[in-house]
Ligand binder design. Structure first.
Ligand code: HEM
Length: 83
């Protein structure tokens, strides 16, 4: 975990869209999912679809029952804010 949480704008989020530096936002929280990529049951390719952008909608469409909040707690980077 981190003790310094960031205010992340959509353009900042967009800078983290590669497999070795992947961030996504889910329900207003921004997560660094880089290290989770190889462990995602749906595969890294599917997870990369939300890299660098707000993944809330796609996440809810694929598995609304998964608790991202708990699962990705250690990956929390900060909060999504407007530009
Ligand atoms: C499966 C987590 C993003 C597509 C799963 C499962 C977890 C998980 C825990 C297993 C669920 C179960 O078996 O009940 C996450 C997390 C994500 C994320 C933490 C975001 C950080 C996505 C995205 C997509 C996706 C964006 C699609 C674009 C899938 C698919 C499966 C899956 C298709 C089913 C795999 C299978 O059972 O064959 N994910 N997921 N996931 N996920 Fe994700």
């Amino acid at each position: 975990g981190t003790d310094t949480l960031l205010r992340v704008t959509p353009s900042m989020l967009k800078e983290h869209r590669s497999k070795d530096d992947a961030w996504t936002a889910i329900n207003g929280k921004v997560y660094n999912v880089t290290h989770y990529l190889p462990y995602h049951p749906g595969g890294d390719k599917e997870l990369m679809r939300v890299a660098g952008r707000d993944g809330t909608r796609l996440f809810a469409l694929t598995h609304a029952w998964v608790n991202a909040d708990l699962m990705l707690d250690e990956c929390l980077v900060g909060f999504l804010v407007s530009e």
